[in-house]
Design a protein around this ligand. Structure first.
Ligand code: UD1
Length: 445
C-alpha cells in the first residue's frame, strides 16, 4: 500500500455564504479554498485526494478536475445526503484499497499548513486528533484526555457543563489507519443531539477497543473554517499576512505591507520594492531590483530586473516587461511584449503588441487593436520613437529606428529609419482672433 490518501470533505451546503457559488470555490488570495486544501494535501505528500461532494456539486468536481489546481490525482466520492462528517468519510473510504493511512480534512480550512497535515497523516496511532486551544472555545468539539491520550471528543451540543469547561478543542482534521476506518466507521451511530454520524466518535470507539489514539497540536489558524463572508474576509487577512511575511523575509521591501495585496502564487525576487497600495493578482513574476510604485495593479504578467512600473499602472494578462524597461503612470498593457529598456512613460494603452529594445512611446499613444470582431497585432522595432498622442491602427508594423511624428494615426507599415507624420498641415490666419471677437461683441449690443 502506497503513501496516504487525503479525504477532503466538501459536501456541506455553505448556506451562510449567501452565494450561488459553492462555498469551497470562494477564493482566498486568488485561489478557491478547495484549491488550497488540495495543494496542502499534495505538499504534505498525499498520493491521492478522495473528494467528498454532494450530488448537486458538479461545479466543485469540475474545479477539482480542471487545470487550475495542483496535479494530484483526485477520486470523486458522492455523499448522497449530508448525514454528518462520519457519514461523509464512509462515502470516501470505499473508494480505494491502495492506502494504509488516511487523513481527513475539510475543504473550507484554507490556512491549514502542509507540515501539520503531514504530522497527522504520518502518525503511527490508529486515530490521531488535531487539537488546538482557541481564545474562545465556543461550540467546538471538546477533546477529553487521559494524561496525553485522547479518549473521546464530545460535540458541544452533547457535552455536559464539566466537558464544556474543557479548553482543548477538536480542529476537525484527523489521521486514521486503514484498520481503524474499516473497523469503526460501521460502528458510528447518529444517536446524539444533532442526529448526525460524527467522525470524532472514532476516538471513543478506538480507545474503548484498545486501539491507539494520539494528539497533534495546531494553532487556531490551521483549523480555521470559513462559513460566512466575514469568516472569508478574516481568512483572507491572515493569508495575506502570511504571504507578506514570506516576501519580507525573502528580501522584498514594502513601506506599508498591510496595503499590499498578493496572490497565492506571486513570485518576487529579492531587492524588489512594492510601494503602498499595490494589488497583485494571479500569475505574477517579478525580477530583482524592480520597483512597483504605488496604486499599481498587476495580473498574469512577467516583469524583468530593474524595471520601474507605475505609479497607477495596470498591467493585464500576457504582458512581459524586459529588463530596465519603464512603464509610467496611467498606462494599461495587455498581451504586450515590452522590450529591454523600452519606455511607455505616460497615459498609454498598449495591447496585442510587440515592442523591441529601447522603444520610446510618447504620452497618450494608443494601439488600436480591436475592430469590433478581431484583435490585431502592433509590432514596433528596436529603437523606434513614437511621438505623443499617436494611434497605431493594427495590424501595423513600425520599423527599427523609425520615427512617428506626434499625433499621427498610422495604419500602413513604416519602414526602418523612416519618419512618418500623418497630421494635417498647420495653417496660420493672422488676426483671426481679433476679428472673431469684434464680430461677436457687435452682435451682443
Ligand atoms: C466539526 C467537528 C467539531 C470540530 C469542528 C472544527 C464533527 C461532528 N464536529 O464541527 O468537533 O470542533 O469541526 O471546526 O465533525 N461535511 C460533509 N458532509 C456532512 C457534514 C459535513 O462533507 O454530512 C463537511 C462540511 O462541508 C465541512 C466539514 O465537513 O467542510 C465540517 O462539517 P461541519 O458540519 O461544519 O462541522 P463543524 O460543526 O465545524
Amino acid at each position: 500500500m502506497t503513501g496516504f490518501a487525503a479525504i477532503i470533505l466538501a459536501a456541506g451546503k455553505g448556506t451562510r455564504m449567501k452565494s450561488a457559488l459553492p462555498k469551497v470555490l470562494h477564493e482566498i488570495a486568488g485561489r478557491p479554498m478547495l484549491g488550497h486544501a488540495m495543494a496542502v494535501a499534495d505538499e504534505a505528500g498525499a498520493a491521492e485526494v478522495l473528494l467528498v461532494t454532494a450530488p448537486d456539486q458538479d461545479a466543485v468536481r469540475a474545479y477539482a478536475d480542471g487545470s487550475n489546481n495542483e496535479a494530484i490525482a483526485t477520486t470523486h466520492c458522492i455523499q448522497e445526503q449530508q448525514l454528518g462528517t462520519g457519514d461523509a468519510v464512509r462515502a470516501a473510504f470505499g473508494a480505494t484499497d491502495k492506502h494504509a493511512r488516511f487523513v481527513v480534512m475539510f475543504g473550507d480550512t484554507p490556512l491549514m499548513r502542509p507540515e501539520v497535515l503531514a504530522a497527522l497523516a504520518n502518525h503511527d496511532a490508529d486515530v490521531t486528533v488535531l487539537a488546538f486551544e482557541p481564545d474562545d472555545a465556543a461550540a467546538y468539539g471538546r477533546v477529553v484526555l487521559d494524561g496525553e491520550t485522547p479518549t473521546a471528543i464530545v460535540e458541544y451540543k452533547d457535552a455536559d457543563a464539566a466537558t464544556r469547561a474543557v479548553t482543548l478543542c477538536n480542529g476537525g482534521a484527523m489521521g486514521l489507519s486503514r484498520e481503524a476506518l474499516a473497523k469503526y466507521l460501521p460502528q458510528l451511530s447518529n444517536d446524539n443531539a444533532q442526529g448526525e454520524f460524527y467522525l470524532p466518535d472514532m476516538v471513543t470507539l478506538a480507545h474503548q477497543d484498545g486501539a491507539t489514539t494520539a494528539l497533534v497540536m495546531a494553532n487556531p489558524e490551521d483549523t480555521m473554517g470559513v462559513d460566512s463572508r466575514a469568516g472569508q474576509a478574516k481568512a483572507e487577512a491572515l493569508m495575506q499576512a502570511r504571504l507578506r511575511r514570506k516576501l519580507l523575509e525573502a528580501g522584498v521591501g514594502m513601506q506599508d505591507p498591510d496595503s499590499v495585496f498578493l496572490s497565492f502564487d506571486t513570485e518576487i525576487a529579492e531587492d524588489v520594492t512594492l510601494e503602498p497600495h499595490v494589488k497583485i493578482n494571479g500569475g505574477v513574476v517579478i525580477g530583482k531590483g524592480t520597483v512597483i510604485k504605488a496604486f499599481t495593479h498587476l495580473e498574469g504578467v512577467s516583469i524583468g530586473q530593474h524595471v520601474q512600473i507605475g505609479p497607477y499602472a495596470r498591467l493585464r494578462p500576457g504582458t512581459r516587461v524586459g529588463d530596465a524597461a519603464k512603464i509610467g503612470n496611467f498606462v494599461e498593457t495587455k498581451k504586450a511584449d515590452i522590450g529591454k529598456g523600452a519606455k511607455v512613460s505616460h497615459l498609454s494603452y498598449i495591447g496585442d503588441a510587440e515592442l523591441g529594445m529601447d522603444v520610446n512611446i510618447g504620452a497618450g499613444t494608443i494601439t488600436c487593436n480591436y475592430d469590433g470582431y478581431n484583435k490585431h497585432l502592433t509590432k514596433i522595432g528596436d529603437g523606434a520613437f513614437i511621438g505623443s498622442n499617436s494611434s497605431l491602427i493594427a495590424p501595423v508594423t513600425i520599423g527599427k529606428g523609425a520615427y512617428l511624428g506626434s499625433s499621427s494615426a498610422v495604419s500602413k507599415d513604416v519602414p526602418d529609419d523612416a519618419l512618418v507624420v500623418t497630421r494635417a498641415p498647420e495653417r496660420e490666419i493672422k488676426g483671426w482672433g481679433r476679428k472673431f471677437r469684434a464680430r461677436n461683441e457687435k452682435k451682443e449690443t
